[in-house]
Design a protein around this ligand. Structure first.
Ligand code: 26V
Length: 817
């Protein structure tokens, strides 16, 4: 367990933990279970954090600096204990202190439940941003929803996904502080009355349903920073928790119904990130978040500055995808109906405050709401959007004359739908994509007409990841190696990564680097054996694809490649000298049947391989259950190969790709999202690129020139692979065979075969994979050099760089001194 770092400090911490055990949990070290030790340990750190946090709030208020509201329906935070310790530079001390008490730190860490309040990339990005913003001392408050249940837990039963509830708050959440004194009311339904008074038009909202929004704050500690950020999550409550009056009146049912109406709002995170479903409850969630956040923002500014005319000098709002869009009309409502502003005056302020980040170009994911439902639930907000839209369309008519289609395409309301993205691009000051390529696609395709009118609005800021969590926490040994070979603090300054380029050819450095990879592989093997009882060969190549299950991400292509290798090995058992372990981890949206079928297929292929005593020595398929932030922290540092194989043009950025490169996996990928920039950073010789480019895919779509049947007929390998889906060799799981998948590849649904160009790119993937494999097996020294270059060049993908860029181009915040 290493040397004592600072004997006294460690002793003090150990004593503090014992003290906490007795004082707050009523137990002793001898009696305490692991979850109690976790609570006591976290409790000790919490004490330090609270002091810092309060001081920082005071400072930021006193300095009167401009503040960022980062609004997001999702924050995928993961665990906090280790992260907080690293950022407070107390990690080693606490580890040592627990060790002194005879306790294994790693076991205690496992007691904390992940805060899984997000689906995937968008939510994790929000979490990385908070860490970076706290580290850079930016005044920020993250605003979201305190879902009682986060993203479902995934179990695999008989090769199929089963969803279970994620009751993450069951044991309480030690990091949060309830702030009932900051509660606000949010109003739904009812109707609007207009009264003319001597002061003008007065709007009165009548007969509405009230929901109380109660904020819970969580501190987000930055690295070596005195200014923790705040994550404010809103919880929904009914106004009367128990209504004795209605009980006595015998209308208890109604009171209960009111309570249910309210509390269901923050009950559960919607688990879909593929298709927009216009569910009323979801709209309620989004307005709840928007309204509560805007009310408190206005209130705070009024209290501090007195005058709302200066609001845009002191706040800026970033909306993470369209989900928090209703904050825009909500702020209009507050300024006009409650504060007496005129339309133009209010609109001028609102336009300066909001900025919108787009995270997907998939049209089926664009947020639209049924107009009638919208009107019913949010009558006043609907009116405001209508006026906003009229004025916007008037303006468009000046540019476009009577080009009706263009105007109706850009309209905020059309086809009986309220369109959130159109509202955003009309009103927001800046609209940004999440990689350079994605930014270009927004300008050229999705928002093309708007871009022509307002080119200065459109920017691209490439995503990033916090290297505190994704290097220091996930891969402490690699982090230490980097620290030992660089000067300056890499955790504070991402530019320092590049210094290790000097050691690319240093044999002793290479050796250490490679040993760390090996130890991470062993660590993961141990983990997966304990969790799933699966034994894996740590001398095999670890080839990893972990991300949400989506057709465009093409886990299917990877799976077809494994079938190909199986078939080669059948013919020629020594086809592979070094074995490969293919590791998948992915959750499918519960309603996304095809995605679930692909999970089933992966398990079938796994069973087929496991049943063959010769082949299973060469290839193994592992499906890691319940992919989460914590799983990623364990898995990514163990990877040799990073699979980033989306159809070009569809992955807005990707952030897993960055985590892998930082941890020294080599990428096999398409020229998509941030892969393009990884390619630019590391150079062509340090990444394996294959497949159709965005232009090629675009042309095939435009001119309908792609026919998978031709690939199938011309290429016997592809034929054999596809036939495996229907010839009965794959063990059955659930429904029979995989003819649906086969059909969709070759004939398509609704006449669109192979929409994601799987068969088109597969030959090029197979060929490129051979190069990957050959490099690993026959030129391992080169492999390690390439991996070192990847780590060295990963600094660019630190979210510290990303948020600094947001600040330069959008927010213009000063740091808290
Ligand atoms: C869409 C929808 C559609 C309606 C239902 C709810 C819902 C939730 C999320 C989404 C969009 C998916 C957003 C997302 O996670 N995008 C990912 O964002 C990452 C961070 O920018 C980026 O790296 C990934 O490429 C992108 O897929």
């Amino acid at each position: 367990m290493g040397t004592i770092i600072s004997g006294d400090r460690v002793k003090q911490i150990a004593a503090k933990i014992e003290h906490k055990l007795i004082n707050t949990l009523g137990t002793t070290l001898e009696e305490a279970a692991n979850d109690e030790i976790y609570k006591a340990t976290a409790g000790c750190i919490r004490d330090d954090i609270m002091t810092k946090w309060a001081e920082s709030r005071k400072k930021s208020d006193a300095q009167g600096v401009k503040k960022l509201y980062y609004m997001s329906a999702e924050f995928l935070m993961g665990r906090a204990l280790s992260n907080n310790l690293i950022n407070m530079e107390m990690y080693k001390d606490y580890r040592q202190a627990l060790w002194k008490l005879g306790i294994d730190f790693d076991e205690i860490v496992e007691e904390e439940t992940d805060a899984g309040l997000g689906n995937g990339g968008l939510g994790r990005l929000a979490a990385c941003f908070l860490d970076s913003m706290a580290t850079l001392n930016f005044p920020v408050i993250g605003c979201g929803i305190r879902y009682e249940f986060g993203l479902f837990k995934q179990k695999i039963m008989d090769g199929m996904q089963v969803e279970m509830e994620d009751d993450w708050l069951r044991e309480g959440n030690i990091w949060e502080v309830e702030r009932p004194e900051l509660s606000v009311e949010v109003h739904f339904n009812g109707y609007i009355e207009e009264h003319w008074t001597e002061k003008g038009l007065k709007i009165i909202h009548k007969d509405y349903n009230t929901v109380v929004a109660v904020p819970y704050d969580m501190p987000v500690i930055g690295y070596k920073s005195d200014t923790p950020a705040t994550l404010r999550l809103w919880s929904a409550r009914s106004k009367q928790r128990f209504d004795l009056h209605s009980f006595n009146e015998g209308i208890y049912d109604k009171a209960m119904a009111d309570q249910a109406f309210a509390e269901v709002i923050s009950k559960v995170l919607y688990p879909a990130d593929d298709h927009m479903q216009g569910k009323m409850l979801r709209l309620k969630q989004f307005y709840f978040l928007a309204s509560a956040t805007m009310q408190l923002m206005v209130k705070h500014h009024k209290e501090k500055k007195g005058d709302l005319h200066t609001l845009s000098d002191y706040v800026t709002v970033q909306i993470n995808d369209t989900h928090p869009t209703l904050a825009i009309p909500e702020l209009m409502r507050i300024l006009m109906d409650e504060e007496g502003f005129g339309w133009e005056e209010a609109y001028a302020i609102v336009r300066k405050i909001f900025n919108y980040t787009n995270h997907t170009i998939m049209t089926e994911a664009l947020e639209c709401w049924d107009e009638n439902m919208f009107k019913l639930l949010l009558p006043r907000i609907y009116q405001i959007i209508c006026v906003m839209n009229e004025k916007y369309c008037d303006k468009l008519r000046i540019y476009y004359g009577e080009h009706h289609e263009k105007i109706s395409k850009m309209s905020m309301i059309g086809n009986n739908q309220v369109r959130m993205a159109n509202l955003c691009i009309a009103v927001c000051h800046r609209v940004n994509g999440v990689s350079q390529l994605h930014g270009d696609i927004l300008k050229q395709q999705l928002f093309h007409d708007s871009y022509n009118l307002y080119p200065q609005k459109y920017i691209a800021i490439t995503n990033g990841i916090t290297h505190r969590r994704w290097l220091a926490l996930a891969n402490p040994q690699l982090c230490q190696l980097i620290k030992d070979h660089t000067t300056g603090d890499v955790l504070k300054d991402y530019r320092i990564f590049e210094q290790i380029l000097l050691f690319k050819n240093d044999v002793s450095f290479q050796h250490k680097y490679q040993q760390i990879k090996q130890q991470n592989k062993k660590r993961f093997a141990k983990y997966i054996e304990k969790k799933q009882g699966v034994v894996i060969n740590t001398d095999s190549i670890f080839d990893v694809q972990c991300k949400r299950m989506h057709e465009y991400k093409r886990q299917l292509m990877k799976c077809l490649h494994i079938i190909y290798l199986y078939q080669q090995l059948k013919k020629q058992p020594d086809y592979l000298s070094t074995p490969i372990t293919f590791i998948f981890a992915a959750k499918a949206a519960p309603g996304y049947a095809r995605a679930k079928d692909i999970i089933r297929l992966i398990h079938s292929v796994k069973d087929m391989i496991d049943a063959d005593p010769v082949i299973r020595e060469k290839i193994q398929v592992v499906f890691v259950e319940n992919y989460s932030v914590s799983v990623a922290e364990n898995l990514i540092p163990a990877a040799d190969i990073s699979e980033q194989i989306s159809t070009a043009g569809m992955e807005a950025s990707g952030t897993g790709n960055m985590k892998f490169m930082m941890n020294g996996a080599l990428t096999i990928g398409t020229m998509d999202g941030a892969n393009v920039e990884i390619f630019e950073q590391v150079g062509a010789e340090n990444i394996f690129i294959f497949g159709a480019s965005v232009e090629e895919v675009g042309n095939m779509k435009r001119y309908h020139t792609y026919n998978p049947g031709t690939v199938f007929e011309k290429n016997p390998k592809i034929r054999d692979i596809c036939n495996c889906l229907i010839d009965g060799e794959l063990p059955k799981i659930g429904k029979q065979k995989y003819s649906d998948i086969y059909q969709s590849l070759l004939f398509g649904e609704y006449g669109q075969p192979d929409q994601y160009f799987v068969l088109y790119d597969l030959p090029s993937y197979i060929e490129t994979y051979d190069k990957v494999y050959n490099t690993y097996v026959n030129h391992y020294d080169e492999w390690i050099q390439k991996a070192i270059v990847n780590t060295a060049k990963s600094g660019f993908f630190s979210s510290d760089r990303t948020v600094a860029e947001y600040n330069d181009k959008i927010w213009k915040l000063s740091t808290i001194k």
